[in-house]
Ligand binder design. Structure first.
Ligand code: MG
Length: 362
């Protein structure tokens, strides 16, 4: 951690690990009306954090959560958020909850506190990965009961702006004119993540049956995007092992890959969950919209703000067993997506109803 200066300052708290903080990329055109009012009514609290003999000046929007503060600290120190311990931030003996709103802590500007935690160099094993795969990925959340809809919370609105501004997509194969957009989740949608992480099965055996055939079938109609709740480094190596990247013999190409960086966490009363918002992709590629985008995921919470574009697929688990080998979801899905591609506007179909019917009939 030799590259951290003794006085650091940042007011940019994106949900991003250290190496990928926003560049000076220009703010793209934002068409979502929710975003126009962003940032209203938020104040910034200045905090002084000491860690490892250094002092950091932190500018923290007061509608951020303690979780966001930990993300900011992670970006400055490389201490993973689950290892960040905040000492003396509040007078309470117990550390503040991650979902606590900063404003609720009544912090005076200039407040000093100490952070304890050990940084990790970027190890190949993503430290956020195991926890997410084992805990978060098995949860699904219904946001329809939230007191304030997630898309109206000032903090979320600001996060989308920041995320869009800072999002850097590494194009692997540029989108082709006239194609539709297929956004595919990775974990438990096209692979069984558990053996992929713990290495108990070779990567190729973790793939959902008929994965490559499925991708080859839809590729003439759709540009392919993988959006996974993981870090790019891990994701890239797994996609190569799965034969989805870098294998010239395949009759399909992945357009680009989105990792966890542009995902951000929204909060209910009790907990926070990261989710995916298609508007971020549409801002980058205006040829895509609700009319020609479909998003396949095993967790409906990822459709929280794009419910019409979401198609919830049964989770794929138990790779290596006979039951998993008999899984035919991707075969059925491929045929469904071909049918969908023939429509002038994807919203003519209702995936919530049409997909379950289609599964039963085929
Ligand atoms: Mg998943």
């Amino acid at each position: 951690m030799a590259d951290i200066s003794s006085e650091s300052s940042s007011s940019t708290a994106v949900d991003a690990p250290p190496p990928q903080l926003p560049s000076s990329a220009p703010l793209p055109h934002v068409s979502d009306p929710d975003l126009v009012e962003a940032g209203g009514g938020e104040k910034v609290v200045e905090l002084k954090m000491s860690w490892s003999g250094k002092t950091f000046n932190l500018s923290v929007p007061d509608q951020d959560r303690v979780y966001d503060l930990k993300i900011l600290i992670w970006s400055l120190t490389s201490v993973p958020i689950d290892r960040v311990k905040l000492i003396g931030l509040t007078s309470s003996r117990n550390p503040p909850e991650e979902n606590a709103v900063i404003a609720s802590l009544n912090l005076k500007s200039g407040k000093k506190f100490m952070m304890l935690g050990t940084s990790v160099e970027n190890s190949f094993k993503d430290p956020t990965r195991l926890q997410q795969a084992e805990v978060v990925d098995d949860l699904d959340v219904d946001y329809t009961q939230a007191k304030i809809p997630p898309h109206l919370e000032p903090r979320n609105i600001r996060k989308i702006k920041e995320t869009t501004a800072g999002m850097q997509l590494d194009l692997i194969n540029p989108p082709r004119p006239g194609k539709k957009l297929l956004v595919l989740d990775l974990d438990y949608t096209i692979v069984d993540t558990k053996p992929l992480i713990d290495g108990s099965l070779p990567s190729s055996e973790c793939a959902r049956p008929a994965l490559h055939e499925f991708l080859e079938l839809v590729y003439p109609h759709y540009d392919l995007v993988i959006w996974s709740q993981t870090s790019w480094r891990w994701l890239e190596s797994k996609l190569v092992e799965l034969g989805m990247l870098g294998d010239e013999s395949r009759n399909y190409k992945i357009s680009f890959v989105v990792d966890r960086r542009p995902m951000f966490t929204i909060f209910t009363e009790r907990e926070g969950q990261p989710y995916k918002r298609l508007q971020l992709l549409w801002n980058k590629f205006p040829q895509f919209s609700a009319a020609n985008t479909v998003h396949i995921d095993d967790l409906s919470r990822n459709f929280a703000l794009n419910p019409r574009e979401g198609l919830k697929i049964k989770a794929f688990k138990g790779a290596g067993t006979n039951a998993a080998a008999a899984d035919r979801e991707l075969v059925k899905l491929g045929a469904y997506l071909i049918r969908l591609a023939g429509l002038g506007d994807f919203r003519e179909m209702d995936h919530g109803k049409d997909w379950p019917k289609w599964r039963k009939q085929t």
